[in-house]
Write a protein that binds this ligand. Structure first.
Ligand SMILES: [Zn+2]
Length: 178
């Protein structure tokens, strides 16, 4: 699979706003109820580069203003920070990233979301996050979030069919062979 810089397309549900979050910093909140299954945020494309490009100064951006995702080993894509960047972690979330392409982010409501609720996702199923002490205060809180959380059978069961593209095959291939 090869990736190149592509135009950035961003779509956000009109019922989303950015506010101070009790979980961390800025968060994404709803101003009206949103039913399960509805699209919340869709972002695709971005500026693609390698760490060599970065070190050689070929990518001159204000890093603080950009969201970075890993496409492949030593290959990254950045887009300006918007709603997709401000979705906080919660161990009992209400949204999942359903994208099936590494340069796309596609959050949908995983369950019904009430008006005024913060939109959250479980960072544990994306395989990169490290949170020493989770402050989500949900009854399902795991306390500590690690890059290996996606290997927990409990999470594989709960988020079956909603795992990120790059982990889903690893998670469910053994089951398919049974
Ligand atoms: Zn938690």
């Amino acid at each position: 699979m090869t990736f190149q810089s592509e135009p950035v397309t961003m779509w956000f549900d009109r019922r989303l706003v950015l506010r101070q979050s009790p979980i961390q910093g800025i968060g994404t909140f709803t101003v009206e109820a949103i039913p399960a299954g509805q699209l919340l945020v869709l972002v695709s494309g971005g500026l693609v580069f390698t760490s060599d490009d970065w070190q050689a100064g070929r990518v001159r951006v204000e890093a603080e203003m950009y969201n970075q995702e890993t496409l492949a080993e030593n290959l990254f894509v950045i887009t300006p920070k918007v709603f997709n960047y401000y979705i906080n972690h919660r161990c009992n979330p209400n949204a999942v990233d359903m994208s099936r392409s590494p340069n796309t982010t596609q959050y949908i409501a995983w369950r019904d979301i009430e008006a005024g609720e913060e939109v959250t996702t479980d960072y544990g199923i994306y395989g990169g996050a490290n949170i020493e002490q989770c402050g989500c205060q949900s009854s399902l809180c795991r306390g500590r979030i690690t890059p290996n959380d996606w290997q927990l059978p409990e999470l594989q069961q709960r988020y079956r069919g909603y795992f990120p593209w790059r982990l889903e095959q690893q998670v469910y291939q053994p089951l398919a062979d049974e």
